[in-house]
Design a protein around this ligand. Structure first.
Ligand code: 3PG
Length: 205
């Protein structure tokens, strides 16, 4: 988990064709963001995880949009080293903790955060961030949940990423702004690399 947070950016991967997984992963690494959250939003998810984990040196590969334990198990078998859930899912969280797999559980409310923290979680995804009050809500959560850190996703972009990252309770930001779907569709890997580099440059100031 610490490596993920050290990078500070978690790009979302939605890929239809696993044959493109290696160039996609290489583009992320070349852009200075050696991490991929490969989502269960396409049938190519597991093959993409497998290809990236086996053939892209230096890339930390995880699975996102995980809704159940079966998906988490399959993703880890394919080579995923972390799991992200869109909502707080106690069964998936418990499975990950028991198997020593990094887990970023989705939360959006004090109730979710309390439940996750009760299981020992100290870093949660905050999704969908913009729709649920964004920076304002994260500031409000810092009072009662001062011991918790968040990874906001959902509406994070180049224009607002630093507003989020400047908050003391934000550990990293994630989303599709580093991997625009049109670039992925058109296999513009050099453009993805440039997009990632721009995010890193912004992060480092
Ligand atoms: C997620 O699953 O984290 C979100 O779908 C990302 O949302 P975005 O496309 O607004 O970045």
């Amino acid at each position: 988990m610490q490596t993920i947070l050290d990078i500070g950016l978690v790009p979302l991967i939605v890929l239809d064709d696993a044959a493109q997984a290696v160039p996609f992963g290489q583009a992320l690494v070349a852009g200075g963001i050696p991490i991929a959250e490969v989502t269960f939003r396409t049938d190519a998810c597991l093959d993409t995880i497998r290809a990236m984990a086996q053939h892209v040196p230096g890339l930390i590969v995880g699975a996102g949009t995980v809704h159940n334990v079966a998906q988490a198990e399959a993703a880890v078998r394919a080579g995923a080293t972390f799991i992200v859930t869109p909502a707080f899912n106690p069964a998936v969280t418990e499975w990950c903790l028991r198997n020593h797999i990094d887990i970023l559980p989705g939360t959006v409310s004090p109730a979710d955060i309390e439940a996750a923290n009760g299981m020992g979680i100290e870093v949660c995804k905050f999704f969908p961030a913009a729709a649920y009050g964004g920076v304002k809500t994260l500031k409000a959560l810092a009072g009662p949940f001062g011991h918790m850190k968040f990874v906001p996703t959902g509406g994070v972009n180049y224009d607002n990423m630093l507003e989020y990252l400047d908050l003391p309770n934000v550990a990293a930001v994630g989303g599709s702004f580093m991997t625009p779907s049109a670039m992925v569709k058109n296999r513009q890997w050099a453009d993805i690399t440039a997009t990632c580099q721009a995010a890193v440059d912004k992060l480092l100031g």
